[in-house]
Ligand binder design. Structure first.
Ligand SMILES: Nc1nc2c(ncn2[C@@H]2O[C@H](COP(=O)(O)OP(=O)(O)OP(=O)(O)O)[C@@H](O)[C@H]2O)c(=O)[nH]1
Ligand SMILES: [Zn+2]
Length: 373
């Protein structure tokens, strides 16, 4: 299991929108009961998709009456964001019959909140997914070349959100995973590698080696996992292998909207089949977990992450920095920063290379964060 610092600041405690019920209304203090209708007939749903004010929910997940339901937000939630992964209370027509529209009246407290800002200078933060356990950073070993800066940033965003990290290295036929393993396993990041099936060469669509797909599935089982990856890394190939029928196509242009699917940045939750091929094994336990695909989310801006929290995502540096002078910025030009001593004290060349990469990554992040303030 990946080790990580306690979610600094946490998913809660930062005035998340879902706490809006607890705040006094702008017009004064109306009694809480008036602000919060009881809706005792409400049923619980999981938000699996969001599209222009319409929410796709799954009701009675895993139960005998499981059904997708289309819903909108009740008026009292107008200013509250509802995102994929949210658990909500719904009222009205919850039959899921064609043409019906239920109403979302409450959002359950979130266990995690993955946020992004468009870039580091944009203070405007958006919630990408709620209640996810794990961020899966999908990175190709070559074509496109892996970028450690991007991986580091995603690691920081995940730790800030209180999520574990799985680094999924694709295209093992094109490159070796060892360098990246060496860089990330010491941080408590779990690493899994995928490769094409042997017979894939020459065939039209690329098939992944089933064993490597199952190694990924094992790590997603029973969890809510958000997949993040740059274009071309093989994320769609992986999602289609894990979730047959997901139809995550590359460069596909939607017939209805006429737009490429990547023009949308809204996430979609897909159920993870418990077994390869979606075979339910005859026992009804067809699904075991959720895979949240994030088309269009290429990187996670970190403007919302507090600088002090960054260090916590780098356990090795965090420990070394205990020796820093009070108020040390840890930047490259900081006088007497203990991180420089830590690098200089590397016992051998290999350790020095690893430490240097870590320190460079951390300082890159730190510099971009500081520049935005
Ligand atoms: N050599 C090799 N190619 C792969 C592998 N996995 C996927 N690809 C190829 O890489 C290209 C990109 O794969 P996609 O799955 O479309 O990548 P994506 O990350 O979904 O990209 P977008 O759809 O742009 O987000 C395709 O041509 C795949 O066939 C692999 O393990 N090895
Ligand atoms: Zn320092």
């Amino acid at each position: 299991m990946a080790r990580r610092p306690a979610p600094a600041g946490g998913a809660r405690g930062r005035g998340d929108e879902h706490e809006a019920w607890g705040r006094p209304s702008k017009r004064g203090s109306r009694p809480r009961t008036k602000q919060r209708p009881e809706h005792t007939d409400a049923v619980v749903g999981l938000v699996t998709g969001v599209d222009r004010g319409r929410y796709t929910l799954l009701l009675d997940e895993g139960g005998s009456d499981e059904r997708p339901v289309l819903a909108m937000k009740a008026r009292e939630l107008t200013r509250t964001r509802v995102v994929v992964g949210d658990r909500v209370d719904v009222v009205g027509d919850t039959s899921g019959d064609p043409g019906t529209l239920a109403r979302i009246v409450r959002i359950a407290e979130r266990t995690s909140v993955l946020r992004r800002t468009a870039d580091d200078t944009d203070p405007y933060e958006r919630i990408v997914v709620a209640n996810a356990d794990q961020l899966v950073i999908v990175t190709a070993l070559a074509n496109p070349e892996p970028r450690t800066g991007m991986i580091d940033r995603a690691v920081v965003a995940a730790y800030d959100a209180g999520m574990d990290v799985l680094l999924c290295l694709t295209k093992a036929d094109l490159g070796s995973p060892e360098d990246l393993r060496g860089l990330y396993e010491p941080l408590g990041v779990d690493v899994v590698v995928t490769r094409p099936a042997d017979e894939a060469a020459g065939s039209g669509t690329l098939a992944l080696a089933p064993q490597s797909v199952e190694e990924v599935r094992d790590r997603l089982r029973g969890r809510v996992s958000v997949l993040l990856g740059h274009s071309g890394v093989g994320k769609s190939t992986l999602v289609n292998a894990l979730v047959p029928g997901a139809g995550r196509a590359t460069g596909h242009v939607n017939d209805v909207t006429g737009r490429g699917r990547h023009t949308s940045t809204s996430a979609v939750a897909l159920r993870l089949p418990a077994r390869p091929g979606g075979d339910d094994g005859g026992d009804g336990a067809a699904y075991d977990g959720w895979v949240v695909d994030t088309p269009g989310v290429r990187s996670l801006g970190l403007a919302h992450v507090e600088v002090a929290h960054l260090l916590q995502a780098f356990e090795d540096l965090d420990e070394a920095a205990q020796e820093c002078p009070r108020g040390c910025t840890h930047l490259a030009d900081a006088p007497d920063c203990a991180l420089d001593d830590w690098l200089a004290a590397a016992p051998d060349e290999a350790a020095r290379a690893t430490r240097e990469a870590r320190l460079d990554s951390f300082r890159r992040l730190l510099a971009s964060r500081t520049a935005s303030v």
